[in-house]
Design a protein around this ligand. Structure first.
Ligand code: FRU
Length: 913
C-alpha cells in the first residue's frame, strides 16, 4: 500500500514538473560584475539601465555583483558566476591586469564575457563595449581650442591613473592641445581640493590667468568649479567635464546651470551591454569592439539633449512601471498558476486515491467474498464432520448400550447357572456323593465370566462418571483378611507364601467396600496370575499418622513390569509386553479410577516383581457428607474367581406353619422357580409374576417381600412405594432385585421405602443373609416389645417407623376406648382400623410378634394391675371392668402372664407400698 502511494506521489511530481517546463522557455542568466558601488551616480545609472533592459526580456535573469573597488572581491564574483555556469558574464573592470586570469578562465569554460567601460590587458573575451575615451579627450580639447581660438591657459585634472579611461582621455586631450602653441596645459591629478596642499588650489593661487579646466568627469569638474568660485569669485575660468549624465547634479544640468561650459557625453552602455549579451546568448556573431558614440554637450544643445534624455527617462520609467505591473501580474499569475498546479496535483491525487480506493474496495470485496465462501465451506465441512462425529458417537453409543444391555442380560442366566450348580452340589452332597471337580470348574468359570462382565460394566460406568462412592467406616485389616481368604486356597495349592501384615489391626478408614473389594480383587488376581509356583505375595498395611494416611502395599515375586511401560500400566487396554496370559487390559485402569474415587493414589513402587502401593486418607474430612453411609455389618459377598462349593450348607425344607411367609415378585419363570425352591427350605413362599403384586401382598400380608425391579405393570420402586404407604403392608420389609446397580437406582430404591437393594446376579447367600437380617431385626423388635410392653402401650416407644407408630397409636386408642366392653372383638377392632381381621392379625404379629388377641389381653392385664393397686374393687369387679366375661378366666390369664394370681399380686405389691 505504501509503495503504491509513493508511486502515485512520484507520478504527480513528474506531472507538476512537466507542467512547469511546458510553460517556461529556457531562461538566459546574465551575471554582471560592477566594480564601483552605486554611490557613484554614473555606476548607478549603468546598473539601472541594465535592469531596465533586462526587465524587457522575461526570459533574462540578471544578477548584479558589486565589488566596491575591491579587485579581489571582483575576481571572486566572476569566479562564482563561472561556477554557476551563467550564460553570459558582463564585467565592468576596476583595473586592467589582475582580473585577466579569471576572464581567461571564463573564456576557457566557454562562457562569453563582455567587458564594458574600462579595458583589460587580454583579448580573451567575447566583446568590448564602451565609448572611445581618446575621442572623449579630443572632443574636450577641440572645444577649448575652438572657444579660445588657440590661446589659453588650460589645467587638466586627470582621474585615477590606473584606469584606462583616465589615460586614454588624457592622451586624446594632449594630442589636440599640444598642436597649439598658444595653449598652455598643466596636468594635475585629482586630489582633495579642500586641502591646502592641493595642487589645484596652489595653481589657482599661483596662476592668475587660468582660462580652462578640463576635468576627468563632471563631478571633479564641479568640485573644481566650487573651489575656484570660493577662491576667486569673479574668475572667468571655463570648466569642461565628462559623462553628461541627466538628472540633478548631472553634467547636463550643470551645463544648463552655467556651472560647466561643456561636458563630453560618456554613455554608461548598460542597456547596450544587455542587448549585446542577449545576442551572444542567442549565438549571434557580434563584433569584438562595440563603440558607443559620444558628443559634446554645451549651452547650445544642453536643452535639447536634456529634453531628449528626459523623454527617454520618462519612457524608461513608463517601461519600468509597466514592467512592475507585468511582474506583479506575473507574480499573481505565478501564484495562481502554482495554486492551479497544486489543485491539479491534488485533484490528480484525489482521483488516483479514489481510483485506488475503488480498486482496493473491489479487490477487498472480492477477497472477502472468497473468504466468505471458504469460510462457508469450512463451516459446512465442520458441520458435516460434527454431524458425522455425532452420528458415529450415537452409533457407538447405541452399540455400546446394546453391548451393555446384552452384558446385563448375561447376568440373569449366570445367576441361574450359578444357583443351579450350587443346588446340584447340595443335592449330591445330600446323597453323600463326592463333588465332582468339573462342577467346581463350572462354578468357578461362571463366576469368572460374571466377574468379566462386571468389569466391562464397571469400565463403562467409570467412563460415564457413574460411580458414586458410598463410604462406610471399615476395619481395614478385617476387610483385607476377609478378601484374602478367597485366595488362600490357590496360594496353598501353588505353594505361594501369602502374607498379610499391619502395624495397626484396629485401624478403621472410610471406604466403599464394594469398590475397594474390586480394587483388592484386581490387584490380587494380577499378583496370583503372574507369580510363579513357590513365589511370594504380601500385603502390608501401614498406618502413617504423620501424613494422616494409610499405605496398602501389594507385593509379588512375579514377572514384574518392563521399565519403559510403567507410565502405560494404568492406561485402559494396556497389555504388558511380557504378559503372555489373557487379559482385558482394563483391570488396572479401573483399579486406579476406583482408588481416585476415594481421593487416594496408586503407584508402582518396584518393577522387579511388582509392588503396587495404594495411599488412602484416614478420617472422613476428604469425603463429602452425603456419600458417607452407615454399614456396620460386613454383609458383603466378595467376588472371587475361586469358590469352594463345599461352603454351601444343605438344609431340608421345613414346611412348617410357623415359618415366615415370603412373597417373591418376579416375571422370569425360571428364576421364580429356582429361587422359590431355594427359599422354600426356610420360608412359606408365595409368588407373583408382577401382574397383581399389590393385591397378593394385601391378601397374604407376608413377613417379607422380594421384588424384581423390571416388571410388566408397575416396577419394583412403584410397588414398594404403594405397599410402604398402606397401613396394612407398611411394616413389611422389601428387598428389591435389579440388574442395574447405578447410584440413581439405589437412591430411588431408598426413596421408595425399600429396605435392601440387591444387584443381579445376586448371590443366593447374600439374598438369604439379607432376608435373615431383616427378619432378625424384626425379631429383635419383638423381643424388645416383649420386654417393653408398657412403653408400647403408653405410646412413648420410638423404635418403630413413623407409619408403624401411627398404626400402634391408633390400635391402642381403639383398644383403650373399648377395654371395658367384653363384647369388643378383634373383628370390631379390625373394622375400626379399616382392615381385615387377617390383615390385622398378620400386621400385629409382624410388628409385635404376638397375636392381636394376646395384645388386647396384655393391655387389659396391664390395666388390671393398675386397678388392683389403685382401687378397692374386688377381683371380679376388676375382671368385668376390663372386659373379661369371667373372673376365673381373668385370674387364669393373669397368673399365666405374671406367674402370680391377681389376689396375691395385690397383697404383695400393697405390702411393699
Ligand atoms: C565613474 C567614472 C566616470 C567615468 C568612468 C570612467 O566611476 O569615473 O565618471 O566616465 O568612470 O571609467
Amino acid at each position: 500500500m505504501l509503495r503504491k502511494l509513493s508511486y502515485i506521489i512520484q507520478i504527480c511530481y513528474l506531472l507538476l514538473l512537466c507542467s512547469c517546463n511546458i510553460k517556461d522557455t529556457h531562461p538566459i542568466s546574465i551575471g554582471f560584475s560592477q566594480s564601483i558601488s552605486e554611490s557613484d551616480v554614473w555606476r548607478k545609472s549603468m546598473d539601472h539601465a541594465m535592469e531596465v533592459e533586462a526587465s524587457l526580456h522575461p526570459d533574462v535573469k540578471l544578477t548584479i555583483y558589486i565589488s566596491d573597488r575591491n579587485v579581489k572581491k571582483q575576481i571572486q564574483h566572476i569566479d562564482k558566476m563561472i561556477n554557476q555556469g551563467v550564460d553570459v558574464i558582463i564585467i565592468s573592470p576596476y583595473e586592467s591586469d589582475s582580473i585577466v586570469p579569471v576572464i581567461e578562465k571564463a573564456n576557457q569554460r566557454g562562457i562569453p564575457v563582455i567587458i564594458v567601460d574600462r579595458k583589460v590587458n587580454t583579448t580573451n573575451y567575447t566583446a568590448f563595449l564602451g565609448a572611445d575615451n581618446v575621442e572623449v579627450g579630443m572632443i574636450a580639447a577641440k572645444q577649448i581650442v575652438s572657444l579660445s581660438k588657440g590661446h589659453a591657459n588650460v589645467v587638466e585634472i586627470t582621474g585615477e591613473s590606473v584606469t584606462t579611461p583616465g589615460t586614454e582621455r588624457s592622451f586624446g586631450f594632449k594630442q589636440i592641445i599640444d598642436q597649439y602653441s598658444g595653449i598652455h596645459r598643466i596636468s594635475i591629478n585629482n586630489d582633495d581640493f579642500n586641502s591646502p596642499s592641493s595642487k589645484y588650489v596652489k595653481i589657482l593661487d599661483s596662476l592668475p590667468n587660468i582660462d580652462y579646466v578640463f576635468a576627468f568627469n563632471d563631478i571633479i569638474a564641479y568640485n573644481a568649479w566650487k573651489i575656484a568660485k570660493k577662491k576667486k569669485p569673479n574668475n572667468h575660468i571655463k570648466f569642461i567635464g565628462v559623462d553628461g549624465l541627466n538628472g540633478p547634479n548631472g553634467g547636463l544640468q550643470l551645463v544648463k546651470d552655467g556651472v560647466l561650459d561643456g561636458t563630453v557625453l560618456y554613455p554608461t552602455g548598460g542597456a547596450e551591454a544587455i542587448k549585446l549579451a542577449l545576442r551572444i546568448a542567442n549565438k549571434e556573431i557580434v563584433p569584438k569592439n562595440n563603440k558607443l558614440s559620444t558628443t559634446l554637450i554645451d549651452s547650445l544643445n544642453a536643452e535639447i539633449m536634456g529634453s531628449q534624455f528626459d523623454k527617454i527617462s520618462l519612457q524608461q520609467s513608463d517601461i519600468e512601471k509597466q514592467q512592475n505591473f507585468i511582474s506583479e501580474q506575473e507574480e499573481k499569475y505565478s501564484s495562481q498558476r502554482n495554486l492551479l498546479r497544486i489543485s491539479i496535483t491534488l485533484s490528480i491525487l484525489l482521483f488516483l486515491f479514489a481510483v485506488h480506493s475503488i480498486y482496493s474496495r473491489i479487490v477487498i470485496s472480492r477477497k472477502k467474498k472468497e473468504l466468505e465462501q471458504t469460510n462457508e465451506k469450512v463451516i459446512s465441512q465442520k458441520n458435516e464432520i460434527e454431524k458425522f462425529a455425532e452420528e458415529i458417537k450415537q452409533n457407538n453409543e447405541v452399540r455400546l448400550n446394546f453391548f451393555m444391555g446384552i452384558s446385563h442380560e448375561f447376568k440373569t442366566p449366570l445367576t441361574l447357572i450359578l444357583g443351579s450348580i450350587q443346588s446340584l452340589t447340595d443335592e449330591l452332597k445330600n446323597k453323600g456323593v463326592t463333588i465332582n471337580n468339573e462342577l467346581n470348574l463350572m462354578y468357578n468359570n461362571s463366576r469368572r465370566l460374571l466377574r468379566l462382565i462386571n468389569q466391562l460394566l464397571d469400565f463403562r460406568k467409570i467412563e460415564n462418571d457413574k460411580f458414586i462412592l458410598r463410604a462406610s467406616k471399615t476395619n481395614l485389616f478385617e476387610f483385607t483378611k476377609s478378601i484374602i481368604n478367597d485366595f488362600n486356597r490357590e496360594a496353598k495349592s501353588r505353594n505361594i507364601e501369602f502374607t498379610l501384615t499391619t502395624n495397626n489391626e484396629e485401624l478403621e478408614i472410610f471406604i466403599d467396600r464394594n469398590l475397594m473389594d474390586k480394587v483388592y480383587f484386581n490387584l490380587l488376581s494380577n499378583a496370583f496370575k503372574f507369580t510363579p509356583t513357590n513365589g511370594k505375595i504380601s500385603i502390608t498395611i501401614t498406618e502413617d499418622k504423620i501424613n494422616n494416611s494409610v499405605k496398602i502395599s501389594f507385593k509379588d515375586s512375579g514377572i514384574g513390569i518392563p521399565e519403559n511401560e510403567i507410565e502405560e500400566v494404568f492406561k485402559p487396554f494396556y497389555q504388558g509386553s511380557n504378559n503372555y496370559k489373557n487379559s482385558s487390559g482394563i483391570g488396572l485402569y479401573l483399579t486406579k479410577k476406583l482408588v481416585e474415587l476415594h481421593h487416594g493414589t496408586i503407584e508402582i513402587v518396584s518393577k522387579i516383581g511388582s509392588e503396587l502401593l495404594i495411599k488412602l486418607f484416614l478420617g472422613k474430612e476428604h469425603l463429602q457428607n452425603e456419600i458417607i453411609v452407615d454399614e456396620s455389618d460386613l454383609n458383603l459377598v466378595y467376588q472371587t474367581d475361586y469358590l469352594d462349593l463345599q461352603v454351601f450348607p444343605k438344609k431340608e425344607p421345613k414346611n412348617n406353619e410357623d415359618n415366615y411367609t415370603l412373597l417373591y415378585i418376579e416375571d422370569n419363570k425360571e428364576l421364580v422357580e429356582f429361587i422359590s425352591n431355594k427359599l422354600a427350605v426356610d420360608y412359606l413362599v408365595h409368588t407373583s409374576d408382577g401382574t397383581n403384586p399389590i393385591e397378593i401382598a394385601m391378601e397374604i400380608v407376608p413377613d417379607i417381600i422380594i421384588c424384581d425391579l423390571n416388571l410388566p405393570n408397575k416396577n419394583g420402586f412403584q410397588i414398594s412405594e404403594i405397599l410402604k404407604k398402606d397401613l396394612r403392608t407398611s411394616h413389611i420389609p422389601i428387598i428389591i432385585l435389579t440388574a442395574s446397580d447405578d447410584p440413581d437406582s439405589y437412591l430411588k430404591a431408598l426413596e421408595s421405602g425399600a429396605d435392601i437393594f440387591l444387584t443381579k446376579p445376586f448371590d443366593l447367600k447374600v439374598l438369604l443373609q439379607s432376608i435373615k437380617s431383616l427378619l432378625f431385626n424384626r425379631e429383635r423388635l419383638h423381643y424388645y416389645y416383649s420386654n417393653n410392653i408398657d412403653n408400647i402401650v403408653k405410646n412413648d416407644e420410638v423404635r418403630f417407623d413413623v407409619s408403624e407408630q401411627n398404626f400402634l397409636r391408633k390400635l391402642n386408642e381403639y383398644i383403650n376406648q373399648n377395654i371395658y366392653q367384653s363384647d369388643y372383638t378383634v373383628e370390631d377392632l379390625a373394622s375400626d382400623l379399616n382392615i381385615s381381621r387377617v390383615q390385622l392379625y398378620r400386621k400385629v404379629k409382624a410388628i409385635l410378634g404376638i397375636s392381636v388377641s394376646d395384645y388386647i389381653n396384655n393391655i387389659r392385664l396391664e390395666k388390671s394391675t393398675e386397678l388392683l393397686l389403685s382401687t378397692k374393687q374386688n377381683i371380679s369387679e376388676i375382671a368385668f371392668s376390663i372386659g373379661f366375661s369371667s373372673p376365673y378366666y381373668f385370674s387364669n390369664v393373669f397368673k399365666k402372664k405374671y406367674g402370680i394370681s391377681p389376689k396375691d399380686f395385690r397383697s404383695q405389691n400393697s405390702k411393699i407400698k
